[in-house]
Design a protein around this ligand. Structure first.
Ligand SMILES: *Cc1c(COP(=O)(O)O)cnc(C)c1O
Length: 412
């Protein structure tokens, strides 16, 4: 099956109760049992069944299975947010004293999280790009994971998953990728060598900006060295599935960042139109990027433009999909604010992956806690406007941005 068909007719959606076409919403906290013995078996993982929604719920399972199938993963768990997923994906394998290597080119929330982890004894090294020359500068016997975004938000740096995963595997450590901005419609990171894939499914997977959620998927292929990863040692008997089993039956359960069943339902619903949305979003983003690049005084960053440093990797690894995020600089913070304020229908909001086009001034919002140096490394300047392109008609989008820029200029 090709992807658009698979989005509607998967193996897992043949299994919903009463043959319903979408998963029923089990909006409950607990599941009742006929006998204490039956309930004991479920808690001992000796019988299948549900006990309590933080630990498992059929609507949430439906969402987990759908994404797992698309990503070709061994399994996964859904979380209350993308940040919940990033946090738990790392803490499931790390212990105090361990080190992470990542890029300085990250989503603002994830950058803040790495600062928090320092206080738990987990140190992070930031490199300008995940290439061997840079990675070699920080790799040492405490390094336990490489983390990165497949396409970073908003800097649009592309990770070469094949080469980064080869580098990590040669050194006995896994690669965790945040694939939020690319989605399984564009790329399946596990097939290219990533070990753990996370998504903020609040974004393109949900698609309508109606619920916050995240998901962690395990390829089930990484060969864990349990001396090196003592956090997983109680799960040694599961071999390559140790990470997934610890996640499901230990860390994720105890951290309590479970998803609401209703939000899981909304995600499954949104997922069905992922392909249509991604196609339209890509067409619109490209058209808007071209129009902005012809506008005097404006510098645009978009992956499929010839001027973009990751243009070639976008063609080879992402099949030419530039994605829905673009950013442009207008010369000053004042002009950026004026441009945003002059937009007629494009919405000022801090989200991406919505069907509506959204724009934001990232330096004063998403990167408010970052130093100038950290913000610049993430491609965020005083005069940057980030756009998450939606599915409107591209002519209207272009008109709205061009009139807003013109009005900001006229105001001077
Ligand atoms: C939004 C986002 C997150 C965080 O997800 P939330 O659902 O907002 O917690 C993580 N990574 C990337 C790339 C994001 O865009």
């Amino acid at each position: 099956m090709k992807l658009n068909t698979k989005l509607l007719h998967s193996k897992t959606n043949k299994k919903y109760s009463e043959n319903s076409t979408l998963p029923p919403v089990f909006q409950v906290s607990a599941f009742a049992y006929e006998s204490a013995e039956d309930q004991e078996k479920v808690f001992q993982h000796k019988a299948s069944g549900y006990a309590y929604t933080r630990i498992g719920n059929p609507t949430i399972t439906a969402f987990e299975q759908r994404i797992s199938e698309l990503e070709e993963a061994a399994g996964g768990v859904a979380c209350s947010s993308g940040m919940g997923a990033v946090t738990i994906s790392l803490l499931n394998l790390l212990s105090a004293g361990d080190e992470i290597i990542t890029t300085s080119n990250l989503y603002g929330g994830t950058l803040n999280l790495f600062n928090d982890l320092e206080k738990f004894g987990i140190k992070t090294h930031f490199v300008s790009d995940l290439v061997p020359k840079e990675l070699d500068k920080h790799f040492n016997d405490k390094t336990r994971v490489i983390f990165g975004e497949v396409v970073s938000n908003p800097a649009l740096q592309v990770m070469d998953i094949k080469s980064v995963s080869a580098y990590a595997h040669e050194r006995g450590i896994p690669l965790i990728v945040d694939a939020t901005t690319v989605t399984p419609y564009v790329i399946r990171p596990i097939a290219l060598g990533a070990d753990i894939v996370i998504h903020s499914s609040s974004k393109y997977i949900n698609g309508s900006g109606n619920s916050i959620s995240g998901i962690i998927l395990d390829s089930g292929k990484f060969k864990w060295d349990f001396d090196k990863f003592p956090a997983l040692s109680d799960f040694k008997k599961y071999g390559n599935l140790a990470y997934l089993i610890r996640l499901k039956t230990d860390l994720w359960e105890n951290f309590g960042a479970c998803l609401s069943p209703f939000n899981a339902y909304l995600n499954v619903l949104g997922l069905e139109t992922l392909g249509l949305r991604i196609e339209q979003i890509n067409k619109n983003a490209r058209a808007l990027a071209e129009a902005l690049s012809k506008t005097p005084g404006v510098t645009v960053s978009y992956l499929t433009l010839d001027t973009h440093p990751y243009h070639d990797l976008c063609n080879t690894q992402l099949n030419g999909y530039g994605g829905g995020i673009l950013s442009f600089r207008v010369g000053s913070k004042e002009k950026a604010f004026k441009t945003l304020n002059a937009l007629k229908f494009v919405t000022i909001a801090s989200n991406i992956g919505d069907v509506r086009t959204l724009a934001i001034h990232p330096r004063s919002t998403l990167y408010i806690k970052a130093t100038d140096e950290q913000a610049a490394a993430a491609g965020v300047y005083e005069d940057t406007i980030r756009v998450s392109v939606g599915i409107e008609d591209s002519e209207d989008l272009i008109d709205d941005f061009l009139q807003a820029i013109e009005s900001a200029n006229a105001d001077e």
